[in-house]
Design a protein around this ligand. Structure first.
Ligand code: 5GP
Ligand code: ZN
Length: 115
């Protein structure tokens, strides 16, 4: 945990958030500025700056995030229609919060394919 990190504060409950999912390793909450009808952020409970910083020690967290996204999709009812997952990594991507997070976007058909 990182004292000054916004998402660490959210995980600790020091900054309020709308929780949609939680387990031992992962926390999921609504993005404050949604870019889609459903926009959820899924983060490891361990502070990791970005995808570029992951190590073998983070393996269980990364797997847990992927399982959590599937559970969230099922629980929130968008598994069948589908969803988009985005991870910004580093300055060219526009990553603003330096705590690894997966954007899960759903609830509409996304017209623009970036990749
Ligand atoms: P990034 O640009 O780093 O990939 O994404 C950061 C995301 O965090 C943005 O989509 C932004 O709306 C969201 N965000 C920033 N501050 C807060 C906050 O205090 N609470 C919540 N729930 N989301 C936040
Ligand atoms: Zn953090």
């Amino acid at each position: 945990m990182n004292q000054d990190c916004l998402f660490c504060k959210i995980i600790r409950g020091e900054v309020p958030s709308t929780k949609v999912y939680e387990d031992e390793l992962v926390y999921g909450f609504k993005d404050i500025n949604p870019a889609a009808p459903i926009h959820i952020l899924v983060v490891p409970k361990k502070h990791v700056d970005s995808l570029a910083q992951i190590t073998d020690q983070d393996e269980t967290y990364i797997w847990a995030i992927h399982k959590a996204m599937n559970k969230i999709a099922e629980q929130q009812g968008f598994k069948e229609n589908g969803y988009r997952v985005i991870v910004n990594c580093g300055k060219d991507s526009g990553q603003e919060v330096m705590h690894l997070h997966y954007h899960v976007l759903a609830g509409s058909k996304f017209g623009d394919k970036i990749v």
